[in-house]
Ligand binder design. Structure first.
Ligand code: FES
Length: 115
């Protein structure tokens, strides 16, 4: 599957995040956190914290990071890497492109696959 339309640029304010379920090429659903960083740029990461099974889109966005609401691990939105414990494994980061006002995400080609 190729990049799929997920939102428009003005759907989120800086600092907001949205949970999406996107179809992958193998037919499975991929849970994605679409996050608008405080600089206004969008990022798409796997929505499930690698420490527990909670949604990162419900966390706090700060700068280019999102903080898991349950135990406080902070994930880099660009690399997917955890910047603080207790999480030690990265979340997948998905390629995100713009087509005019539209936002497209490709969940089949993660730029930074999770372990
Ligand atoms: S569940 Fe996210 S840091 Fe523990």
């Amino acid at each position: 599957m190729t990049a799929q339309l997920v939102a428009s640029r003005d759907d989120l304010e800086p600092g907001e995040a949205l949970r999406l379920e996107l179809d992958s090429a193998d037919g499975s659903l991929v849970e994605v956190a679409l996050v608008r960083a405080e600089d206004g740029e969008y990022h798409a990461i796997n929505d499930i914290c690698t420490h527990g099974q909670v949604s990162l889109s419900e966390g706090e966005v700060e700068g280019n990071t999102v903080e898991c609401w349950l135990h406080g691990s902070v994930f880099d939105l660009v690399s997917g890497q955890p910047l603080s414990l207790p999480a030690t494994r990265p979340v997948a980061v998905y390629p995100l492109t713009y087509d005019g006002d539209k936002i497209l995400v490709d969940v089949d080609s993660p730029a930074a696959p999770a372990d």
